[in-house]
Design a binder for this molecule. Structure first.
Ligand SMILES: *[C@@H]1O[C@H](CO)[C@@H](O)[C@H](O)[C@H]1NC(C)=O
Ligand SMILES: *[C@@H]1O[C@H](CO)[C@@H](O)[C@H](O)[C@H]1NC(C)=O
Ligand SMILES: *[C@@H]1O[C@H](CO)[C@@H](O)[C@H](O)[C@H]1NC(C)=O
Ligand SMILES: *[C@@H]1O[C@H](CO)[C@@H](O)[C@H](O)[C@H]1NC(C)=O
Ligand SMILES: *[C@@H]1O[C@H](CO)[C@@H](O)[C@H](O)[C@H]1NC(C)=O
Ligand SMILES: *[C@@H]1O[C@H](CO)[C@@H](O)[C@H](O)[C@H]1NC(C)=O
Length: 717
């Protein structure tokens, strides 16, 4: 227990320190380098520099909550005009007799808050208001008069005042919405902005219905209302703005025009020991921002994205075939994964290049350019497919054609199911013969010969950095075969999009066969391990992760391309088979390469994805041993000629070192070596049903599941 006097002394010291912290003297700058701030007496608010994001050397001048664990919510930031005032490292801010002055590292003026009178000191108040005071302690400038996106209790917005949202949760640049106290007709309105300008579009919500508003008040008790000229208080309109039990002793409150366009009142419990601290939404307007914004501009979610309400918050979803413009910003809109081509450049008919995908329950009411009737759903889809301006068709009572960008997407108001179809590229890019001839310098530089054609080096004038290509010129194709081939390719293109082009990126390291069996030394064990894992994942992707499974049918080291970073890419889909719909096997005869082809392929029975597993097993052994699967051997070594058989013998007899000879790296990884040889033997089992799936193979290779001892690959011999 403290004695009475001690308590008094402690109390006095506390009061003195608070005064020291709260008051800011003239010409005592803060700089971006010292990690300091001007704190309010209670320590609840702080004024100072805030880094814009972790990897830039830019700062803003801001006021934030300073006592919330892990949460320094910014309530104010310095704006130059309507733009965020940004300060480079080395900048300083200080109070002078003229006001609050922000200067750059070289003393250049970046921003100044001019005061009405000669300033004698400043203070960060416990209300969150930063004030400049004259000699009579009158406020001659205060941050409360220049709100950014947030109001605090005891802060009001007068006629003509605005709150402007930030761009995203973490980007404080001026955003896309404004709360605007319209001087002319005395309404408090929410409007979208013609971003990045400050042009206001027509409002999407009216906060008061008085027409005689004089101020928007956030009072000392935490309540928010519009006060009219005759003193009447009007609550913000909307069912989502209900009454609330407010208690400033227990909660912090703020009202923010969120970057999504929603004006929201939040509470944060002052008692930080409660289980889940954090800002909770108390009430907000408008009730459904997705439907409210119905204007020019990109709406709440940005272009080509649609908006739905979840947990009182809008969320945005890209349409199928579109991806976020800025992957870190879900509200920044989406872009097509591909370019819609049109007119003379297009070689193939549109239905070979694109296909329509059907979706339910969303609409883009403002993107229409055609309205057709009577049209069935199929006719509507076809009409869109044939029209290179059309990105989306909505079919219902009418067939609506919609063009890019798709704006203000949302779930339909009526619970009527809308069928919407969006265009999706098949990922097949067609090049004309002339273009390819030019790109390959008249097919002059031969890279290699493969099944049904020669591969040439070429160069494409593309926007991408990697524009060296390999072009395979197909020959020996009958008309029949070509048709089949085109169909297959186009189907492959539709289902998968990675590395499945006829025109390949040029792979500087050639094929896996080149590096395994070529003149120079084979890559070291660890590189081979990485390549094998990559190929296994690639096959898993083809078999299990595409919309319809693809059997490659010709897995062998010659068909694995190696890029400059030693990444493996599976290529040559000339023989690939698609397993469409529920099919799990295909009856087409396959023509693979001897040595790698699964036994059932020769039997004219239905083949499954397990033929690739077989080929992978053979190839895995080759990668482990750095030799071809079939070799002519000298007398006395004949048992080594067929790698698959020999590997099994070595495995059973525990002679793994014989298989890898003097490969020290492989032997030092004996655990993996043994496991992978067993996996390979599982893959080359004669009976397809005995072979693991690529999913299982991947799990075993990654050590996620055990590898049992395999039986002999040829049980009947
Ligand atoms: C509320 O604002 C008024 C006027 O701006 C000011 O005089 C008063 O001290 C403030 N009250 C609190 C509790 O901050
Ligand atoms: C904020 O967004 C603007 C506009 O997209 C961008 O130019 C700026 O770099 C962003 N700022 C930060 C700190 O990410
Ligand atoms: C004040 O004005 C509002 C509308 O602006 C009106 O409904 C109300 O009756 C008025 N009250 C008084 C006391 O004049
Ligand atoms: C606004 O106030 C003025 C004067 O008090 C009054 O004449 C007018 O009718 C009011 N308008 C509305 C919409 O209440
Ligand atoms: C804070 O919350 C905890 C847990 O709910 C409670 O035990 C404690 O008394 C509270 N403290 C204050 C100061 O209200
Ligand atoms: C293209 O669209 C699909 C489906 O929306 C998406 O999953 C994929 O990530 C996108 N691809 C690219 C390369 O952006």
């Amino acid at each position: 227990m403290l004695s009475g006097t001690n308590r008094i002394i402690l109390y006095i010291i506390q009061v003195l320190t608070s005064r020291v912290f709260a008051k800011v003297e003239l010409n005592k700058p803060l700089t971006t380098d010292d990690n300091n701030a001007w704190r309010s007496a209670s320590g609840e608010f702080a004024f100072g520099f805030r880094q814009l994001n972790n990897d830039t050397k830019l700062f803003m001048v801001a006021i934030w909550y300073n006592m919330m664990p892990g949460d320094q919510t910014v309530v104010w930031s310095a704006k130059r005009g309507y733009k965020l005032a940004t300060a480079p490292t080395g900048s300083r801010i200080q109070i002078t007799s003229e006001g609050l002055v922000l200067t750059g590292p070289k003393g250049d003026s970046i921003w100044i808050a001019n005061s009405k009178d000669i300033v004698s000191e400043g203070a960060m108040l416990d209300s969150g208001n930063f004030v400049l005071l004259n000699g009579n302690s009158e406020h001659v400038w205060q941050s409360f008069d220049y709100p950014t996106d947030t109001l605090l209790p005891n802060q009001s917005l007068q006629l003509g005042g605005v709150l402007t949202s930030r761009l995203t949760d973490t980007n404080f640049t001026t955003g896309r919405f404004q709360l605007y106290f319209h001087k002319g007709d005395s309404h408090v309105l929410l409007c979208p902005l013609g971003w990045p300008s400050q042009l206001r579009y027509e409002s999407y919500h009216t906060i008061d219905d008085s027409g005689n508003a004089s101020q928007l008040v956030f009072d000392k008790s935490g309540d928010i209302y519009v006060e009219t000229t005759n003193g009447t208080r009007i609550q913000p309109q909307g069912s989502t703005w209900g009454n609330s039990n407010l208690d400033l002793d227990r909660n912090y409150y703020r009202a923010t025009l969120d970057f999504t366009g929603v004006f929201t009142q939040y509470a944060y419990p002052r008692n930080s020991t409660i289980a889940q601290p954090g800002w909770k939404i108390i009430r907000y307007v408008p009730g459904n921002i997705c439907e409210a914004v119905n204007q020019y501009g990109s709406g709440c979610c940005g272009y080509n994205s649609y908006c739905s309400m979840e947990n009182q918050r809008p969320t945005c979803t890209c349409l199928y075939g579109y991806s976020l413009v800025d992957p870190s910003n879900p509200f920044g809109g989406c872009q097509l994964n591909f370019t819609l081509t049109c007119g003379a450049d297009v070689q193939a008919p549109p239905d070979e290049l694109y296909e329509m995908h059907e979706f339910k329950n969303f609409n883009f009411p403002l993107a229409d350019y055609e309205k057709i009737q009577p049209y069935t759903r199929q006719e509507c889809q076809q009409a869109c497919l044939q029209d290179c301006m059309c990105a989306l068709a909505i079919s219902g009572d009418f067939c609506w054609k919609k063009r890019l960008p798709l704006v203000n997407g949302r779930e339909p108001k009526l619970k009527k199911v809308v069928q919407a179809s969006s265009l999706l590229e098949t990922n097949l890019h067609s090049f004309s013969y002339e273009a390819l001839k030019e790109a390959t310098w008249g097919f002059s530089e031969e890279l290699g010969r493969g099944s049904c054609g020669i591969v040439y080096k070429g160069k494409l004038e593309a926007a991408t950095s990697c524009n060296l290509i390999a072009v395979k010129r197909l020959d020996r194709l009958t008309q029949e075969r070509e048709k089949e081939f085109r169909t297959e390719l186009s189907a492959i293109g539709k289902t998968c999009h990675k590395n499945l082009l006829l025109v390949y990126e040029f792979m500087s390291n050639g094929t896996l066969a080149d590096i395994l069996f070529g003149q120079s030394k084979a890559p070291i064990w660890n590189t081979r391990v990485r390549l094998a894992l990559g190929i296994a994942r690639g096959l898993l992707y083809l078999h299990e992760e595409c919309d319809s499974a693809i059997i490659h049918c010709d897995i062998k080291p010659q068909n694995i391309l190696i890029d400059e970073h030693f990444n493996a890419k599976i290529s040559d889909f000339g023989l690939a088979k698609l397993l469409l719909f529920d099919q799990s096997r295909t009856n087409t005869m396959i023509r693979g390469t001897r040595g790698y082809v699964a036994p059932e392929s020769f039997k004219n029975v239905a083949v499954t994805v397990k033929v690739d597993v077989y080929s992978f097993g053979v190839m895995l052994l080759e990668m482990i041993c750095c030799r071809r699967s079939v070799m002519t051997m000298e007398a006395g070594e004949e048992e080594k000629a067929i790698l698959t058989d020999w590997a099994y013998d070595c495995c059973v007899e525990g002679k793994l070192h014989d298989l890898v000879e003097n490969d020290k790296e492989a032997l030092s990884d004996i655990g993996r070596l043994e496991k992978w040889i067993k996996i390979a033997i599982w893959c080359i089992q004669e009976h397809p049903e005995m072979r693991p799936t690529m999913g299982k193979v991947n799990q075993m290779m990654e050590g996620l599941v055990e590898v049992p001892n395999p039986p002999s690959p040829n049980p009947d011999v």
